[in-house]
Structures are given as C-alpha cells and as structure tokens.
Write a protein that binds this ligand. Structure first.
Ligand code: ZN
Length: 62
C-alpha cells in the first residue's frame, strides 16, 4: 500500500479524478456499473424471435 500514491482507475489504470473516484471518468464509471449489473442480473437466454402470430401483427390465415 502506498499512502500517497494516486488512486488508479480499476478499468483503465489511469489516475482517478475525485469527481468520479475511484474511476478516471464518468465513462469508466458507467462502464463498470454496466458490467456489474450484467453480472448480477444475468439475461436469461437470447431474446425471443418474432413468431408468425404476433400480438400486434396480422394473424396467419387458417
Ligand atoms: Zn478509466
């Protein structure tokens, strides 16, 4: 531990700025937050594809 060393951004290792500590910028902070959210809330499988009988589309003839 270096007590006087500058805080480094955990994403890009640049020197962090106080406004966005411990990150160097809002971009890195947002990026980290998004990664955290994706880890925590895992998306369950790929999105469903549109079926022929969509609720707001024309129903297929039968
Ligand atoms: Zn950064």
């Amino acid at each position: 531990m270096s007590p006087d060393g500058p805080l480094r951004c955990p994403r890009c290792r640049k020197v962090a700025v106080e406004a966005h500590a411990p990150f160097c910028s809002a971009a890195c902070r947002d990026r980290d937050l998004l990664d955290w959210l994706e880890e925590r809330y895992v998306i369950p499988g790929p999105p469903l594809e549109d079926s022929d009988a969509g609720p707001d589309g024309a129903a297929p003839p039968q």
